[in-house]
Design a protein around this ligand. Structure first.
Ligand code: FAD
Length: 501
């Protein structure tokens, strides 16, 4: 079925949808697809993989995962892979008390109440099932946990290779063994609905070249159980970011090049309810001295936790270094505003040598010059253009806090380490990191229709393409869990749904 045939049928779209439904076509009266599957899943990151896993577990055999890029895995493959899951065997082993309820509390606080509570709860409660899935797929975590900003407990599970690849690769392998078909360089260009407006397939461009947008062929795929959209965020779509949030237009983005906006546009055209599309999360561990989310960002998480961050202009701390990403990024941008082009004022975070031994990313960031060593307070002050006496006082005050004096910023301290030379420091400059907004979904991962506020039959979505789970800001290490949990929910719900194919 080619695009021209689908266009002939466009008249079947109801009036309200017809004005906006450019990339989304109604299917003709007699539907003939080039290929048919039990379930078509679009996107091969955490959410898409988890959807394939649970669809397979729930009895679907012919599953197709479509990926437009040459490489599978999207942002999930390049990310740090930290997964903040409460109440796991690893937490118990380390004697850490935690619960899904505490995670929900943390998420609502950092999301400033803009979260959809039922989605938060579904995510937190589903984390243990996601953990079991990861274990079954052969994912391995380090024998330690990290506390990221805004979390009430150390619950960050780190894959042994400190990368999302440590999750994506074993899952991909597991699913291949289960007979799931993966097809790369295939761009979904339209979502197909049947006469009754239910979603039943996709139109794709095959041999797609993401660099040029060209493709060699077109195909249609029918999907007997609706479709799952797991296409991630659009942080690298400069025009869409600028249009939705002009203030962030010039920020560098941490996302992979394929993180563009065509699928969110397609979903909007189809009549999906949008949530907070102008809301983005900044990564407070960005730096002018490395690519967005390079190895220094991992080092920074440890320096924030065990060291401090300082404003060069004042020589003082300026934020709770373990507050939410939004709070830290906003504070860093305020510090940077005090500088000029000729004399920038980048805040910096630093720690002592002990901390570097624990930190992922340190060696690469130090080798590449993003993290720099100073053998004394004087050297550190000179490196960052800070008043030496004030910096020495700030360090002395911090060391008293480590010994038990109250912290005016109230930072939680899991590891109490005195700050002493040599120091390792890293300049900070926030990067655009995560799309808070997306399409609205139900707790069953069904996409919600903008006109009826009811689910769109046959259309499921999971992961960063959806909005509402995290509200205005996301806790670190919770996007992986979001994608893995809602991917599983979407796969399960799709397996129950029967499309008219
Ligand atoms: C550098 C970096 C570090 C991060 N670190 C962490 C971390 O440690 N912990 C954490 O929880 N989160 C982290 N995040 C966030 C997290 O990685 C993402 O939010 C998450 O991976 C999104 O998963 P997803 O499955 O929704 O989408 P993705 O993993 O991005 O997958 C979506 C896929 O869909 C494909 N696609 C898009 N449109 C189409 C189309 N039209 N047709 C076919 N395919 C399409 C994309 O190419 C992509 O491969 C990080 C993000 C970045 C960028």
């Amino acid at each position: 079925m080619k695009r021209r045939d689908l266009l002939k049928a466009a008249a079947l779209i109801p009036a309200a949808a017809a004005v906006t439904a450019a990339p989304t076509q109604a299917s003709p009266m007699t539907r003939k697809f080039d290929e048919e599957y039990d379930l078509v899943i679009v996107g091969s990151g955490f959410a898409g993989l988890a959807a394939a896993y649970s669809a397979n577990k729930n009895g679907l055999n012919k599953i197709l995962v479509i990926e437009k890029m040459g490489a599978f895995g999207g942002n999930s493959a390049i990310c740090g892979g930290i997964a903040c899951m409460p109440d796991t065997p690893l937490q118990k082993k380390h004697g850490i008390e935690d619960s899904p309820e505490l995670l929900v509390k943390d998420m609502l606080k950092v999301g400033r109440g803009f979260n959809h509570p039922e989605l938060c709860e579904a995510m937190a409660k589903g984390a243990s099932t996601a953990y079991e899935m990861l274990m079954e797929c052969g994912v391995e975590f380090k024998d330690k946990l990290i506390r990221l900003g805004g979390h009430s407990a150390p619950r960050g599970h780190i894959p042994t290779n400190a990368s999302g690849g440590g999750i994506v690769v074993p899952m991909h392998k597991y699913l291949l063994n289960k007979g799931v078909k993966f097809q790369n360089r295939t761009n979904v260009s339209a979502i197909i609905r049947d006469d009754a407006n239910n979603v039943c397939g996709v139109e794709v461009q095959t041999d797609f070249d993401p660099n040029t947008g060209s493709a060699k062929g077109e195909m249609t795929y029918g999907s007997r159980h609706g479709i799952v959209i797991a296409t991630g965020g659009w942080g690298n779509d400069k025009k869409f970011v600028k249009t939705t949030m002009p203030a962030y237009a010039n920020l560098k983005a941490s996302a992979q090049p394929g993180a563009t906006a065509e699928m969110i546009k397609s979903l909007l055209s189809l009549g999906s309810l949008p949530i907070m599309l102008d809301m983005y999360q900044l990564g407070p561990w960005g730096s002018p001295d490395e690519r967005p989310a390079g190895p220094g960002s991992f080092f920074a998480d440890y320096a924030f936790s065990e060291g401090i961050a300082v404003d060069p202009m004042t020589g003082k701390r300026f934020v709770n270094e373990l507050s939410s990403r939004r709070t830290r990024s906003e504070a860093e941008l305020e510090v940077m505003k005090k500088g000029t082009k000729a004399k920038p004022n980048y805040p910096f975070t630093f720690c002592g040598e002990e901390t570097t031994k624990r930190s992922e990313g340190f060696r690469a960031a130090y080798r590449d010059g993003a993290v720099r060593k100073s053998d004394s307070v004087a050297e550190l002050a000179k490196l960052h253009g800070v008043d030496e006496t004030q910096l020495a006082q700030t360090i002395a005050e911090w060391n008293e806090i480590v010994e038990g004096k109250p912290d005016p910023f109230n930072k939680p301290l899991d590891v109490r380490t005195q700050l002493k030379p040599p120091f390792y420091s890293f300049r900070l400059s926030p990067v655009l990191h995560y799309c808070m907004g997306g399409v609205a979904i139900t707790a069953d991962a069904q996409v919600v229709d903008v006109t009826t506020c009811e689910p769109i039959n046959g259309l499921f979505a999971a992961g960063e393409i959806t909005g509402g789970v995290h509200g205005m800001d996301r806790l670190g290490g919770c996007s992986s869990v979001d994608g893995l949990v809602f991917g599983q929910i979407a796969g399960r719900a799709a397996a129950k749904y029967k499309a008219n194919v």
